[in-house]
Design a protein around this ligand. Structure first.
Ligand SMILES: [Fe+2]
Length: 294
């Protein structure tokens, strides 16, 4: 029996009373899907899932994505995780040792500390993400979530009508460039695998009809606007959407599973001392299709 306790209005709930390491019942799967429709972030402590259990659980929300790491920068070398559908959210190399200071994966990880929503740079973006914590840092390394439904609701109506139909260009490599990644040095085949894509700037949830801002640091520009005007508008929206009243901060404990809806939230990692090991893995569920017809 799922015990669902709201942590932050209708944004975050903590779930107890289930053992996700045991075979999942249809009632539990329905309960989790229902909870994620009502809330946008679910915190489920005490779930030491192995890779297979995590993948099985994620599939109750839909088909899974292949990790960008597995398909791009780690495509030709061994990975720490066995399954390409799991993203490696750690500071560890393939043999489980701390990444060296100059390792490209450290630089790539830094972009996780920018506000974003997972896989908005893919034509069909992500609906849900399931992040499971194996090793956590004693201090730092929290993840912050922003409620993009309440952020939309709080916008001035004139601004809502100005931006309601805009289309944004999301580019995986743009957000990497913001944390010091040298774009000129990117192999052309990486760009071909992950070209820029268009997404609506405002989404409407099919079950609740609530609207939400679909923002991310992956956004390079707004279609039909100059780069300067795009940047001004995006910076303004980002500032409004990440005010404290819209944000929940999660301090990780070993065994935590956090599930969130990427269509109605943004999130970002926060800094921690890289001398500590941090080991997490993420399963990512594909949405039902692109937000902009291509
Ligand atoms: Fe993320």
């Amino acid at each position: 029996m799922l015990e669902i306790t709201p942590v932050n209005n209708d944004f975050v709930a903590e779930i107890a009373g289930i053992d996700l390491c045991a075979p999942l019942t249809p009632a539990t799967a329905d309960g989790l899907r229902g909870a994620l429709e009502k809330y946008a972030v679910l915190v489920i402590p005490g779930q030491p899932l192995d890779e297979a259990r995590q993948l099985e659980l994620a599939q109750i929300f839909g088909p899974l994505e292949t990790s960008v790491g597995a398909s791009i920068y780690n495509a030709k070398r061994p990975r720490r995780l066995d399954h390409a559908q799991l993203s490696d959210i750690s500071n560890l190399d393939e043999s489980g040792q701390l990444l060296e200071a100059g390792d490209i994966r450290r630089l790539i990880n830094l972009s996780n500390q920018l506000w974003h929503t997972d896989s908005s740079f893919k034509k069909t973006p992500a609906s849900a993400s399931l992040l499971s914590a194996q090793e956590v840092t004693p201090v730092g390394g929290a993840t912050e979530f922003a409620d993009m439904r309440s952020a939309w609701d709080a916008l001035d109506p004139a601004l809502q009508s100005r931006i309601g139909e805009l289309i944004a260009v999301h580019d995986y490599f743009y957000s990497r460039s913001l944390t010091g990644f040298d774009l000129a040095g990117i192999p052309s085949e990486w760009r071909e695998i992950q070209p820029p894509v268009q997404q609506v700037l405002v989404r409407t949830h099919s079950h609740s009809n609530r609207r939400s801002l679909y923002l991310a640091s992956h956004i390079r520009s707004i279609v039909g606007m100059s780069d300067d005007d795009s940047k001004d508008l995006l910076d303004h929206l980002m500032r409004l959407a990440t005010q404290p009243q819209h944000v929940y901060r999660h301090r990780w404990r070993t065994g935590d599973l956090v599930i969130w809806d990427n269509r109605s939230t943004m999130h970002r990692g926060t800094t921690f001392d890289e001398k500590y090991r941090r080991s997490m893995r993420r399963a990512t569920v594909q949405d039902i299709g692109p937000t902009v017809p291509h």
